[in-house]
Ligand binder design. Structure first.
Ligand code: SF4
Ligand code: SF4
Length: 195
């Protein structure tokens, strides 16, 4: 007899659980508040601690490579020619196929010039597009060239050269053709940072 009671007791318990679940479903179903965000038509703002695409304040970076050394998956590549303190930039890329968004690269930076943003929309079917160059410019800017020439002239004991020659030699190229660079510029503008 106790077996029969247990059998019907289990059925009752299962029915009770099902009804409880249905009641919760019905409550949310008729609720005014949206539970699901209809992405990409709707978007929510990530929290401030969100770790998204990186941004580099290139003018502050000294190519010390500490961020690259701290990266556990070796996905940061930095290349530049050092002319004393002036840097002739070639590359500062992050391979987002490898990046695990751990943020380990941020704290070691002595210049506080690499950051993670709230940008997360980087889905693509192109593997190559997942390697992003964070540089705003490559090569030397006119002011960089001017600074090198001034240093060289000082070393030789001569007067500082006029600005025209420097501007002719400078070969800085904006990195605008890189798709993510446009995004980075937009992020920079959003963050109120200047190039
Ligand atoms: S977030 Fe982590 S994995 Fe990505 S570049 Fe920085 S250190 Fe490397
Ligand atoms: S740690 Fe900072 S200053 Fe050094 S290379 Fe990385 S971003 Fe540049």
């Amino acid at each position: 007899m106790s077996g029969v009671r247990e059998y019907f007791g289990n059925i009752g318990s299962a029915l009770g659980s099902a009804l409880k679940g249905m009641r919760i479903t019905l409550r949310y179903f008729t609720s005014e508040d949206a539970i699901t965000v209809q992405y990409p038509r709707e978007r929510t703002e990530p929290p401030p601690s969100y770790r998204g695409v990186h941004i580099l304040e290139q003018e502050k970076c000294i190519d010390c490579q500490l961020c690259a050394k701290a990266c556990p998956v070796d996905c940061i590549e930095i290349e530049s020619i050092h002319h004393g303190r002036v840097l002739e930039w070639t590359k500062f890329s992050i391979d987002y196929k490898k990046c695990i968004f751990c943020e380990f690269c941020i704290p070691p930076c002595p210049k506080d010039c690499i950051h993670m943003t709230s940008e997360y929309e980087m889905a693509t079917a192109d593997n190559d597009a997942m390697v992003e160059d964070l540089l705003t410019w490559t090569g030397l800017r006119p002011e960089d060239q001017k600074s090198i020439e001034a240093t060289e002239a000082k070393a030789k004991g001569g007067p500082a050269p006029a600005g025209g020659a420097a501007e002719k030699k400078a070969d800085a190229q904006p990195a605008g053709e890189v798709s993510m660079a446009d995004k980075i510029a937009a992020i920079k503008a959003k963050m109120g940072k200047k190039d």
